[in-house]
Structures are given as C-alpha cells and as structure tokens.
Design a protein around this ligand. Structure first.
Ligand code: C5P
Length: 402
C-alpha cells in the first residue's frame, strides 16, 4: 500500500455538502500512516460534526482563530509550521475567493497564508458558481501562486444540476498525495512531449484540424516537471498557457511538429506522443484563398509523417510512449499499435458516450505494455497525468537498471 507515514497533513474543511466525504478522507489518510490535523470553517460545521473528525483523526478539531487556549499550545502559526502538506477538501467558492484575495479572516485561511507547505484544493460547488468568471479568475490566481487544483469532476450535483463542480473522490486525493510524495522520480532525465492538434493548411485562411484541446498533453508536461524532468513541450495550436519551467516549441502542422521533435530528440530519455496529429494533409496548400465557385470541390489528401513511429524506430531511441483514442475495440487496436509502432507503453482513451476526452477536464486511461495492462480509471487529467508519469518513471528506471 502507498504510504504517507510520518506525513503531517492539515485537512481543511469548508462549508459544502461534499464535506460528508471528508470523514472518509480522514480515515484513508490515517490508514496510509499520516498524522491528520483537521481545521474547519464555521460553515463546515453545519455539514459535518467536528466530533466525527476528531474521533477519526485522533486529534481535536481546530476551528477558531482567536482561541486563547489554543494560542498557548498549537496556534495558527504552529499549525502552519507543523504541516508537511495542506489539503482543503471540499474547498467552497467563498473559501477559494478568500484565499485568492490573501485574506486571513479565519483560522483555515490564516494557516494557508502562513504555511510554506504545498497546498492542494479540491473545489466543490454548484456548476454555475464554478463556471462564473469570478471563480475562474480566482482559480487562475491560485494556480499561478503554485496551489494544486484537484478536480472538480463533472456529473450529477446534490442541487439537481449536472456539470462541473463535484468534489473529487477521497481515493483521488490520496492518489495525488502518495504520488507527489514519491517525486522527483524523473530527476536528471530529459522528457519530450507532443500535445494539441495539428493544423494542415488548405489555403492561407483555412485548415484541416481536430477537436484536441491540448489539456492532456499539457497536464503530462506539468506532471513531468513536477517529477523533476527537464521538459520540452512541442505543441500544436491550443488556447492553453504553457506550464511554467518547460522549453516550449509551438508548431502548427505535422511537418513542423516532426521538425521540432527531430531537432532535440537525440538527447531525450523519454518521448510521450500525446498530440492528435492529423493523419492526412491537403496535397497542396493553395497560395490564395479558395473561391466558392463550383458546387463541389474534391480535396486530395496525402499521409503525414508518423512522428511517434519515427521516434520509436531510431537506433538509440528514448523510452517511447504513445496515446490512442479509439472508438471501437479500443484495447485490441491499441495493443496492435503498441506492436506495430514499436512502443514501450501506450495510453488508451476510449471515445464513447461516457468518455469523450476531447476538450474535457477528465479522461479514462488504460495503460498497455507488452507484459501488462493497467486500468487507471476515470479521473481528472491532472491526476491521470501524475499516475502516467509515475508509471513511466518506474518502467524507465527498470529498463536502465538492467
Ligand atoms: O496511429 P494513431 O494516429 O492512432 O496513433 C496515435 C499515436 O501516434 C499518438 O501518440 C500520436 O501522438 C501519434 N502520432 C504521431 N504522428 C502521426 C499520427 C499519430 O506522432 N502522424
């Protein structure tokens, strides 16, 4: 079992119906060997009794900033210093706004402000509140401040709405904590990642492309940086900001992506092809805009280079990982791709009614190698990216220790 033994974890609980999941989270943290100090806001106490959390954590719950008895013992600064990690689950819209504003208006916000420990938030709120630009601004501010967001997931909400805003499950939070506990695992290695779609020009104003948002590839790049790797991200056009601390190589077409990959691939230890590279491009890209005269036109398409296969075919090749988005017989088709392209590992996302990864914050990944198959399940792309990087790191090190 993954271990958090000797980890001091402060679990912040704010007001929201998802607070009922916090009891399960405390129990699992304790099972993983962590020492847990629960800090609650007043609103949280309307949803779950402090006594429940005290019984599960074995420590009195802390809730008051101005508490003379606590200040002589474990006051807010002591809690901030004691913490190795701080997790707020659920994190309400109100709490997120207070944190983004640097407020020290209650014990939990004050501990977050005072601590130098890493902070992760598991937001939980109504989908309309989550989507509001004020909340999204606050989330962007907190991410820029180095705070990790776990979720939220999409689905049925307690209020009857359907959409993003459900708190991630306790198991996903534990996964995040145990995986980040093990980093850095790719220290000293160089990792190249392709991401996003490609644009294949028809004429100066039109392109052939696909629905890839780049979110999965960017999450993998962020997880690889967190794991200690030197990361090069070769990205087709997306609306995303490149993760901090990487070499960023923006490209448009498959040909440009190949050229950027070939430039640095000889010094890479790991290559992860997450990009949804166009398989075909127009045989000609017209120099002037195609006029709408004829009732129909026929486009001739030609194959683009298979970047992943070319990387895998190199004599001195990196540990090579591909992605496969499949609508039918996903596992069998991906296994064939693993074999045909000569990959070390392939991550399969099934595209069907329950999982359409394009543009979504979530995905469902299955990892396949020559010798095993691991279903990582459905999760946020950030958590899946951490799990994928952890798997790659173990396999890369196994390969290089023999
Ligand atoms: O063969 P298929 O396109 O399904 O394979 C998907 C995998 O191959 C992905 O990892 C993708 O990044 C990579 N690929 C590539 N160059 C192409 C087509 C796919 O690198 N032209």
């Amino acid at each position: 079992m993954p271990s958090l033994s000797d980890q001091h974890i402060v679990l912040g609980i704010t007001g929201g119906i998802a607070a009922y999941k916090s009891a399960e989270l405390v129990r699992r943290l304790v099972d993983h060997g962590a020492e847990v100090q629960v800090v609650m806001t007043d609103a949280a106490k309307a949803f779950i009794a402090p006594l429940t959390l005290q019984a599960l954590s074995g420590r009195p719950v802390r809730d008051a900033l101005l508490d003379p008895s606590a200040e002589s013992g474990m006051g807010h600064i002591e809690i901030a210093r004691w913490a190795d990690r701080l997790v707020v689950a659920p994190a309400s819209a109100n709490f997120i706004a207070r944190l983004a504003g640097g407020m020290a208006s209650d014990l939990l916000a004050t501990v977050c402000l005072a601590t130098s420990a890493p902070i992760a938030l598991a937001p939980a709120m109504n989908q309309g509140m989550w989507s509001k630009s004020a909340t999204q601004r606050n989330i962007a501010t907190l991410k820029a401040d180095g705070i990790t967001m776990l979720g939220p997931n999409s689905g049925d909400q307690a209020c009857g709405d359907v959409g993003p805003g459900r708190m991630v499950e306790p198991a996903e939070i534990i996964n995040h904590l145990t995986i980040s506990e093990k980093i850095p695992v790719l220290d000293g290695t160089s990792v190249m990642i392709t991401a996003g779609p490609t644009w294949e020009a028809l004429d100066p104003v039109r392109v052939l492309s696909n629905h890839s948002s780049g979110k999965m590839g960017y999450a993998v790049a962020a997880a690889a940086v967190a794991a200690g790797a030197a990361v090069t991200l070769v990205s087709g056009p997306t609306a995303l900001d490149p993760p901090p601390g990487i070499q960023y190589r923006p490209v448009r077409s498959a040909e440009e992506m190949l050229a950027a990959v070939e430039q640095d691939i000889s010094t890479c230890d790991v290559f992860i092809g997450v990009a949804a590279v166009a398989d075909y491009r127009p045989a000609r890209s017209e120099t002037s805009k195609i006029k709408k005269c004829a009732d129909s036109i026929t486009l001739e398409l030609v194959r683009t280079p298979d970047i992943l296969a070319r990387v895998a075919q190199q004599v001195k090749r990196p540990f090579t990982v591909g992605f496969a988005a499949e609508t039918d017989q996903a596992i069998a088709n991906a296994r064939e791709k693993l074999h045909n392209k000569g990959l070390d590992l392939i991550a399969v996302n099934q595209v069907n009614e329950t999982n359409n990864p394009f543009g979504s914050e979530e995905n469902h990944l299955v990892l396949i190698s020559q010798s095993d198959e691991i279903d990582l399940g459905r999760n946020s792309k950030a958590v899946l990216a951490e799990q994928l990087i952890s798997e790659i790191a173990h396999r890369y090190h196994d390969q290089h220790s023999t």
